[in-house]
Design a protein around this ligand. Structure first.
Ligand SMILES: [Zn+2]
Length: 441
């Protein structure tokens, strides 16, 4: 499931300019502490390194956007701001490794693809980024979508806009007629909508990977198999030839980029892993043999069960999915919970990811419930969304744990999420880079 393709406008720059004029709801607020100013968080229970170290009754000292120290007991210092989280469970900001901030599926989504201007997409992306942050997700990887994501990444990173840390791929590398190509409109329209990263043959696919890097990709996303929401009946198995996969991975590596592969079918997952892809998105039809390959290549799985559950719900309870997508939804969706169980029990490294943009932005934490239902402990699911996801998105030195020197990306909930994982669907406190964005009692 990748983002729908859309007409690529050249107004992204204008949209960014317009967004800086937005009211503070979307633009940056004025609560940022001054340089050198200390914030002392009195924290009750702290999952400092999820899966390893739980602290109780500590003060997290935040200074210049980073965690400066973690000190036993509740200390006070002259001039410092105190935040009382003594009754709360405090953990690193959550990380969603698979989102599509630019859009959200709805009955009119296919029309949106040919009616929304670049500026509309940019504004929607900004609103979705804010929702994501407020839900406790302080970092995301956006894997597939129009180029406005790069403008949003710049705006958030430079402090103009409110949102999580963003890593982005831009449009996915796909074969002609593949999951990342445009489908289901007049030929003249799909030809015009064809993303510039659609490629055929090793040379052309090298070009596509290089172009993705040139456009701003932090990571190269490929659509290794068909997908549910592309309006074509081309199935969900391997789509690239092996020499094309090799070419993409090698071209990406030469420019310092990892490749992540959307893949449902076993043939697509396994061919991608053998070509050196570092992670698989979805992984629907993996089996024990595939699990062995994941471990052999030390690859990461991003399961996105929430997306599977969402498309099944639409297929069963609505009438707006095109027939091609409805059929694939009914085939793929119900497999995903079992897929995660197989992968987890087989010892595959799992990074949290939701494919949000299929489901609604801000509902990302629903994935945790499915992870626990598939057999993971609450603590393991949290580790997947912090420690493992931070490494997977190549930000492990900056985020993913609460340790001195890392970004002060900190969230809190009222109840113990290791006992009741649904606590993470109601995050009460959100700090990103030392700045408080949300604090409810
Ligand atoms: Zn996706």
């Amino acid at each position: 499931m990748t983002s729908k393709s859309k007409l690529v406008g050249c107004a992204a720059g204008l949209a960014v300019l317009a967004m800086t004029l937005l009211p503070t709801a979307l633009a940056h607020n004025d609560t940022k502490p001054d340089a050198g100013q200390e914030t002392l968080i009195h924290a009750g229970t702290v999952m400092a390194v999820p899966g390893q170290r739980t602290l109780t009754g500590v003060t997290i000292v935040v200074k210049d956007g980073k965690i400066a120290e973690i000190i036993d007991g509740y200390i006070l210092r002259d001039g410092a701001t105190i935040i009382d989280l003594k009754d709360d469970y405090v953990l690193p900001g959550l990380i969603d490794s698979h989102v599509h901030l630019s859009s959200e599926w709805n009955p009119n989504a296919r029309l949106d693809g040919v009616t929304k201007e670049s500026g509309d997409t940019a504004f929607d992306s900004a609103i979705n980024a804010r929702k994501t942050l407020m839900a406790g997700f302080t970092a995301v990887q956006d894997v597939g979508g129009p180029p406005e994501i790069f403008a949003l990444r710049r705006a958030v990173n430079s402090g103009k806009m409110v949102g999580p840390h963003i890593r982005a791929s831009g449009s996915a590398v796909s074969i002609t007629g593949g999951h990342g190509d445009a489908h289901g409109y007049l030929v003249s329209i799909t030809d015009m909508m064809r993303p510039e990263t659609v490629c055929d043959g090793p040379d052309d696919c090298r070009r596509a990977a290089r172009l993705a890097v040139k456009r701003g990709a932090d990571v190269i996303k490929i659509t290794a198999t068909g997908g549910v929401l592309s309006n074509t009946n081309a199935g969900t198995e391997q789509q690239f030839f092996n020499d094309e996969l090799d070419a993409i991975v090698e071209a990406a590596e030469k420019m310092g980029r990892k490749v992540t592969a959307h893949a449902h079918g076993k043939t697509g997952i396994e061919s991608a892993l053998k070509a050196g892809v570092k992670s698989i998105e979805h992984g629907t039809y993996l089996d024990d043999e595939t699990v062995r390959l994941f471990k052999q290549y030390n690859a990461v799985l991003v399961p996105t069960v929430l997306a599977g559950m969402t498309v099944v719900d639409w297929a069963e309870n609505t009438d707006w999915l095109p027939p091609n997508s409805r059929q694939k939804a009914l085939e793929v969706g119900p497999q995903m919970q079992d897929m995660l169980r197989t992968a987890y029990e087989g010892g595959v490294k799992i990074a949290f990811g939701t494919d949000t943009g299929v489901s609604a932005h801000g509902d990302n934490a629903q994935e945790f419930v499915y992870m626990v239902a598939a057999g993971m402990s609450g603590e393991e699911a949290i580790r997947a969304a912090t420690v493992t996801a931070s490494r997977h998105i190549e930000m492990g030195d900056k985020i993913g744990t609460l340790e001195p020197g890392k970004h002060a990306d900190i969230i809190a909930v009222n109840g113990d999420p290791r006992v009741d994982i649904s606590e993470l669907q109601d995050v009460d406190f959100v700090m990103k880079g030392g700045e408080v964005y949300k604090h409810e009692e």
